[in-house]
Design a protein around this ligand. Structure first.
Ligand SMILES: C[S@@+](CC[C@H](N)C(=O)[O-])C[C@H]1O[C@@H](n2cnc3c(N)ncnc32)[C@H](O)[C@@H]1O
Length: 260
C-alpha cells in the first residue's frame, strides 16, 4: 500500500477535470433519503436565514435549501465547482465568493453556517481548522449555529501495520483511505465509473481522483469550537438525529454562539 505516498497529491482535487463529474460521482449523496433529512435539519436551524454554506461546491445542499426560501450564501475555493453551480437553475442567484473558508469572511449575521460532507477535513492543519471555526463564529448572529457533518476517524478498523481502509466498495465507485496516524493526515482515493468518459474504442474509462485530508476527532472539534466561543448543543450520528454512539462512523454536530 505504498503506491499513493503522502505528499504526491494536490490537496484540492476539485478542478476542471473533476468538477463536471462531481455530481455523478457523488450520486449517493443526492439521494432523497440522504439529502432530504440534511435539508430538513438545516432548514429548521436556519429559519428564514441568512445561511452560509462553507465549501458550497456545485450546490447539492444549497440549492434545495434555497428552494425552501432560505437565503443562502456560499464560499468555495474552486472556480470549477462554482461554475457547475452557476449552470444549474437558481445557481446564478446564490450570492457567494471564491476564497478559502478558513480565512475569508462572506458576510455577517448568519443564523446558520454549515460545512457538510466531511469537508472540514479538506483543511489540512489543526491551525486552519481552528481558524475556520473562528472565521465562522465571527460571522454568526448572536444565537446562530455552526453545523458540521464529518466522519469519525476509523482507526479502530486498522490493524497494526496496515495503512489503508476501504470506505466504499460498489460497482461504480471504489474508495479507500490511506492513513498516517503520526501526522493525522489521510488521502481518500476514488475510482469512479459514473459520469464516464469513453476511450477511442467507446469503452467506459474510470476516473481516478484523490484528496488529502486532516482527520479530526469529535472532542477536538469541541475544543476548536470553544476556542472560537461556540458551545456544543447537539451531536447526532446522522441527519435523522440518531443517537451518537461509540459505533457511529460519522456525526452531525451543532455548536451555537451565545445569544447576547
Ligand atoms: C466534497 S465537496 C462538497 C461540496 C458540497 N458542500 C456538497 O456537500 O456537495 C468539497 C468542496 O470543498 C471545497 N473546498 C475544499 N477546500 C476548501 C477551502 N479551503 N475553502 C473553501 N472551499 C474548499 C472544494 O472546492 C469542494 O467544492
Amino acid at each position: 500500500m505504498t503506491a499513493y505516498a503522502m505528499g504526491e497529491l494536490e490537496p484540492t482535487p476539485f478542478d476542471e477535470r473533476v468538477a463536471p463529474t462531481y455530481d455523478a460521482g457523488s450520486a449517493h449523496m443526492f439521494e432523497p433519503a440522504v439529502l432530504g433529512p440534511t435539508v430538513d435539519v438545516l432548514h429548521e436551524i436556519a429559519g428564514a436565514g441568512p445561511a452560509l454554506e462553507l465549501a458550497i461546491g456545485t450546490g447539492r445542499v444549497a440549492l434545495p435549501l434555497a428552494a425552501r426560501r432560505v437565503e443562502v450564501h456560499g464560499i468555495d475555493v474552486s472556480e470549477a465547482m462554482v461554475r457547475e453551480l452557476r449552470r444549474k437553475p437558481g445557481g446564478d442567484r446564490l450570492p457567494g465568493v471564491i476564497g478559502d473558508m478558513a480565512t475569508t469572511r462572506v458576510g455577517s449575521g448568519y443564523r446558520l453556517a454549515y460545512l457538510v460532507y466531511n469537508t472540514i477535513t479538506n483543511l489540512l492543519t489543526q491551525d486552519e481548522q481552528v481558524e475556520c471555526f473562528c472565521t465562522v463564529a465571527a460571522q454568526l448572529a448572536p444565537g446562530g449555529a455552526f453545523v458540521v457533518e464529518v466522519f469519525v476517524p476509523q482507526l479502530r478498523r486498522m490493524p497494526p501495520g496496515q495503512t489503508a481502509v476501504p470506505f466504499h466498495v460498489g460497482g461504480r465507485h471504489v474508495g479507500f483511505d490511506t492513513i498516517d496516524v503520526v501526522t493525522q493526515r489521510s488521502v481518500s482515493h476514488h475510482d469512479v465509473r459514473a459520469g464516464v468518459r469513453e476511450d477511442d474504442d467507446g469503452r467506459e474509462v474510470a476516473t481516478y481522483s484523490a484528496s488529502a485530508h486532516r482527520y479530526v476527532w469529535p472532542s477536538e472539534l469541541d475544543l476548536m469550537a470553544r476556542i472560537a466561543g461556540l458551545t456544543l448543543r447537539d451531536r447526532w450520528a446522522d441527519w435523522t438525529r440518531a443517537p451518537f454512539t461509540a459505533d457511529s462512523e460519522s456525526h452531525v454536530s451543532v455548536w451555537t454562539k451565545a445569544a447576547s
